[in-house]
Ligand binder design. Structure first.
Ligand code: NAI
Ligand code: MG
Length: 326
């Protein structure tokens, strides 16, 4: 069986790390057909639309999408794509790797972020000049979906600690509903969990990350806390993510187009390659996914390292080393 994968490299380092992940996927014994699509700032400049219709169609029709990163058009590209692939959960693992400088070497976190609403619902308006408002949408249904996904993920993957992040003391109605619904799901399952105010949680994730496992979050909190966790484990070059729903999915690094290093060929491809491993998992190739992760881990432990990890290797050097180990 051949799986059709939509490949959307995007802008900046997206164009440098996406081919690395494709090469790695080509090296595992799974049959893939790759179809390429364009999106992002450059396409917007050329064609007036950052997400052309044919790219939307590619993502909608493919079995899964591999997405690099885009620049300033991120909200007009990433949000619609996540919705085109029908993903309600954004899964962002942040692990410490042997040989890298993490704040705590036993850190193993997974953010399970609500992917469709919250403050990213796109409902903003100008009340009058100088006054802008934003509508934060939280529904019981979406809160239940993400909580069920998070608790199921924790069980399947052997995480003992589940934390529900919220700010229900201030956003009483919206996060009140999120918290109440997520608690219900935990209680129905009869499992242990804790709840945490997201600001205090940010501090605790830095001070004692080893005490946390799966963190179930509303949309914005998940976005911010996962970048914070990237800092805890050694940088954005290490964090992959999966946008998953019922069936289809989109797999992308947490990082953006990194204009400060784009074009230099020194972006760390680990996050993108690990996103490819999450794609393999999603399609049911757990063993192949583990092999890719093991190869990346070996390279992270022994080098070569790109400059973000203190080395002077290029994207190609690291990709080649991963392919060698595979
Ligand atoms: P960023 O993730 O692009 O970069 C933040 C910092 O991390 C930079 O110093 C960058 O060099 C470094 N970095 C990120 N990935 C790296 C990698 N693989 N290897 C080595 N270093 C890496 O975030 P920033 O600077 O906030 O945003 C830059 C652009 O990216 C903006 O236009 C933003 O809108 C866009 N963006 C797009 C996203 C997406 O497409 N999903 C997500 C986040 C930002
Ligand atoms: Mg982000």
């Amino acid at each position: 069986m051949t799986h059709e994968i939509a490949v959307i490299p995007g802008d900046g380092i997206g164009r440098e790390v996406t081919p690395a992940a494709v090469e790695v996927l080509e090296a595992v014994p799974v049959s893939f057909g790759f179809v390429h699509g364009e999106a992002g700032d450059e396409v917007a400049k050329q064609r007036g639309d950052p997400l052309p219709e044919e790219t939307r169609a590619l993502a909608a029709d493919a079995d899964a999408t591999l997405f690099g990163a885009v620049g300033e058009t991120a909200a007009d590209v990433v949000l619609p794509l996540r919705s085109i692939v029908d993903s309600f959960a954004n899964v962002r693992p942040a692990r410490a790797y042997p040989g890298l400088d993490a704040l705590d070497p036993s850190t193993d976190l997974v953010f399970v972020r609500e992917n469709t609403q919250g403050v990213y619902s796109g409902i903003e308006s100008e009340i009058t000049e100088g006054v802008q408002t934003l509508t934060r949408v939280i529904t019981e249904e979406a809160s239940r979906d993400i909580a069920e996904y998070g608790f199921r993920y924790a069980k399947r993957n052997g995480y003992e600690n589940v934390t529900i992040a919220h700010k229900a003391n201030v956003m009483r109605q919206t996060d009140g509903l999120f918290l109440e619904t997520a608690r219900e799901v935990g209680d129905e399952r009869g499992v242990d969990y804790e709840t945490a105010l997201m600001d205090a949680l940010a501090m605790h994730l830095v001070q004692r990350p080893q005490e946390y496992g799966v963190v179930i979050c509303p949309n914005l909190a998940g976005d911010v806390l996962s970048d914070l966790a990237a800092g805890v484990v050694g940088g954005l070059g290490l964090l992959p993510s999966a946008n998953v729903g019922a069936d289809n999915g989109m797999f992308e690094p947490v990082h953006g187009s990194a204009p400060d290093i784009a074009g230099e060929g020194i972006a760390n491809p680990a996050a993108m390659i690990l996103s490819g491993a999450m794609l393999l998992d999603h399609l049911g190739y757990a063993e192949e996914a583990d092999r890719v992760r093991a190869a990346v881990e070996d390279v992270l432990a022994e080098g070569p390292h790109t400059p973000d990890l203190g080395g002077n290797a290029t994207t190609d050097d690291v990709t080649e080393a991963v392919l060698q180990r595979l």
